[in-house]
Design a binder for this molecule. Structure first.
Ligand code: PLP
Length: 393
């Protein structure tokens, strides 16, 4: 009889978003006319920018005529790999086009990339964390080392003995905390990885939200990172591609372990396991990297950043501890009066019809914290900030 992958039985059910939806449903059952202020969502609310829409339309027309494209190259269309490599070069990170791989998004890639590593390798997850890091490794039967972080280190821990593992996840700007690794701290992690022969999986899904230009957008801005890191990026939050699906991954040619070259291995993996990303979507993605596209996506990001600012201004006035918001779309606050994160969720829903995300859903050390997303609409965010201030002052 077929033996299923027994590690699936070890997965913990993700109650977070299910619980939230159940609680919201129950509330609406008793308050059908309530205007809910949704600050829990991690999805964008603004449409794709004009430059992308135009490129998508043109690509559809190409598919109707002489410029029709069939299968695309598995590792990405040359025009898009070149645009992305050029985007890095403009920021001072020298990459060759074939160090860039086009993907259908960061989630897909965060799961698939684990094919490169032995199942006996260990994975370090700095918590609180995006839940997919843990789940993808549980499915593979890998040993996971949970490194808690907290208010005392601004949710940005230093590497140390307890962080020793083969695969090191670093997410900066971070979901859920909004904290961003500065150059010195990230350099310490790069040095630590190189000393131990580890590989860093650097999740840069939110790099476009960095406004303090002393902070690194890419791990490859750091000395020695090309010998120890893979960077996983997404156009989801950068350019509103959550439903359109496009991302990219950088694997430097210098990255080798035990005599094997990880870039070559990924080429082999992609040519076996995918037939590439749709031509139309890649054309739309290439428009993001034009001057016009960059200008337009930055305007959209500014809308989200203003939302974050409205929230952090309110928290500043109340005097509540928080991090994030400035260089990230998430604001991570300490729940008031020693409340637990689900208790605070209920309190905000009942008293102000605000929906956020309880920190406990991102790992045990997230208990007592709460995440607000800045991806909602500005009017609701402003109203939520006013109500929050009234409630907690
Ligand atoms: N990484 C982090 C930290 C995220 O928060 C998300 C989505 O919320 C992803 C990756 C997934 O992004 P994508 O839409 O490209 O799959």
């Amino acid at each position: 009889m077929l033996k299923p992958n027994a590690h699936y039985a070890e997965l913990k059910d993700s109650y977070l978003f299910y619980n939230i939806s159940q609680k919201v449903k129950a509330y609406l059952g008793t308050h059908p006319d309530a205007r809910l202020l949704r600050l829990g969502i991690g999805d964008v609310s603004l449409p794709l920018c004009d430059a992308v829409i135009k490129a998508l339309h043109e690509a559809v027309d190409d598919q109707a005529g002489r410029d029709f494209h069939g299968y695309m190259p598995e590792c990405g269309a040359p025009f898009l790999r070149a645009s992305i490599a050029d985007h890095y070069r403009r920021r001072g990170v020298m990459l060759s086009d074939d160090e860039v791989f086009v993907s259908s998004g960061a989630s897909d890639e965060l799961g698939d990339i684990l094919d490169l590593f032995d199942r006996d390798s260990t994975a370090l997850v700095i918590e609180p964390a995006y839940p997919a890091y843990v789940d993808a490794n549980v499915m593979a039967g890998r040993k996971i080392i949970h490194l808690p972080s907290g208010k005392e280190n601004g949710f940005l821990p230093d590497p140390g003995e307890e962080a020793r593992a083969d695969i090191l996840y670093i997410c900066s700007p971070n979901n859920p905390t909004g904290a961003v690794f500065d150059r010195n701290l990230l350099q310490r992690w790069v040095d630590f990885a190189n000393e131990n022969g580890s590989v860093i999986l650097f999740d840069a899904a939110y790099e476009a939200f960095i406004e303090d230009e002393t902070l690194p957008h890419s791990i490859f801005e750091l000395e020695g990172a090309k010998n120890c890191a893979i960077e996983i990026c997404s156009l989801s939050k950068t350019a509103g591609f959550t439903g359109t699906r496009l991302g990219y991954t950088v694997i430097p040619k210098a990255l080798t372990r035990a005599g094997m070259n990880l870039n070559d291995m990924w080429v082999r993996n992609r040519t076996t396991k995918t037939n590439g990303v749709s031509f139309i979507i890649q054309k739309g993605g290439a428009a993001v990297f034009t001057d016009e596209g960059q200008k337009q996506i930055k305007e959209n990001i500014q809308v989200y950043k203003r939302n974050a600012r409205v929230l952090t201004d309110a928290l500043d006035r109340i005097g509540v501890w928080y991090c994030g918001g400035t260089n990230a779309p998430y604001v991570w606050m300490k729940c008031p009066d020693g409340m637990g994160s689900w208790e605070f969720f209920d309190y905000l829903l009942e008293r102000a019809q605000i929906i956020g995300t309880p920190g406990a859903g991102f790992g045990a050390c997230g208990e007592g914290f709460f995440r607000f997303s800045s991806f909602g609409n500005p009017e609701d965010t402003a109203l939520a900030a006013t109500l929050l201030q009234k409630l907690l002052s």
